[in-house]
Design a protein around this ligand. Structure first.
Ligand code: ADP
Ligand code: MG
Length: 252
């Protein structure tokens, strides 16, 4: 079973001086239901564009994205994007308002997810009183409180410190397992992709195409400095910098 099927997606932007900037070049991929699937590529290669097309926030020029009709989508971006004038619980309730989940369930869901990410004590705080890491934690809680089928994440830990990022990654994996959600995760960080994912799709510089997909087969939890993590790191690095001598099964 697959939750996201992307076929032959292409996209170009027209820049201010009238030039055409090709960003996506025939992207095709299939994300299995319940998997943790990462898109890895250098800055500016078109990762956010691709995720925004999947989210329906940007139109592609060609190709298709198929997600089952009744699947609920959640998003987490690089910035928390919280509503500053609402409390933490009101931010989560606002996300629930966008679904068909009955009001009578809000309280239980909000309490559950906040407890799970260690935020039960800040339920009635406003975002500005929280650290950046805590705000991103709220953004993750907000995404999970609607119990999404598919969660789209665009470099969610790129702007928090590494210690906080490690905690957030562990929390994310717990939530992923518990909720059986399909995660499509964008990152430029090889170690992050390897420690989190079932599959890493390696994107070329723009216009982005899929250069290779690598299945990460080591059991979790994985540490950034595990030997297996390093082996995958080196293999993916060589794919990214185009010097790969990897086996043909990486290529497609
Ligand atoms: P990534 O997320 O991998 O860093 P993006 O998808 O944000 O890459 O951007 C890919 C390229 O498209 C970049 O060169 C960026 O400057 C350009 N780009 C992104 N959005 C727009 C836009 N709305 N108009 C014109 N160019 C854009
Ligand atoms: Mg981006």
């Amino acid at each position: 079973m697959e939750s996201i099927r992307i076929a032959d997606l292409s996209k170009a932007y027209r820049t201010a001086d009238g030039e055409v900037l090709r960003v996506l070049d025939g992207i095709s991929l299939s994300v299995p239901t319940g998997s943790f699937f990462s898109l890895l590529g250098p800055s500016g290669c078109g990762k956010s564009t691709l995720l925004n097309v999947v989210a329906g926030l940007t139109d592609a020029d060609g190709g298709t994205v198929a997600i089952p009709d009744d699947d609920r989508l959640g998003f987490v971006f690089q910035e928390p994007r919280l509503l500053e004038w609402k409390t933490v619980e009101a931010n989560l309730a606002f996300a629930l308002d966008g679904t068909d989940i009955p009001n009578g369930e809000y309280d239980r869901r909000i309490e559950d997810v906040l407890t799970r990410v260690g935020l039960q004590n800040v339920r009635t705080e406003y975002p500005r009183s929280l650290s950046r890491g805590m705000q991103q934690r709220v953004a993750i809680a907000r995404a999970f409180c609607i119990e999404p089928d598919v969660l789209l994440m665009d470099e969610p830990f790129a702007s928090v410190d590494e210690i906080t990022a490690r905690e957030l990654r562990a929390d994310l994996l717990d939530l992923w397992r518990l909720n059986e959600v399909t995660v499509l995760f964008v990152t430029h960080d090889i170690q992050e992709a390897v420690t989190l994912s079932d599959v890493v799709a390696v994107l070329s510089p723009k216009p982005a195409a899929i250069d290779a997909t690598v299945e990460i087969e080591t059991p979790r939890p994985r540490e950034p400095d595990d030997e297996a993590t390093w082996r995958y790191y080196e293999r993916i690095l060589s794919l990214l910098d185009g010097t790969s001598r990897t086996s043909p099964e990486d290529r497609r």
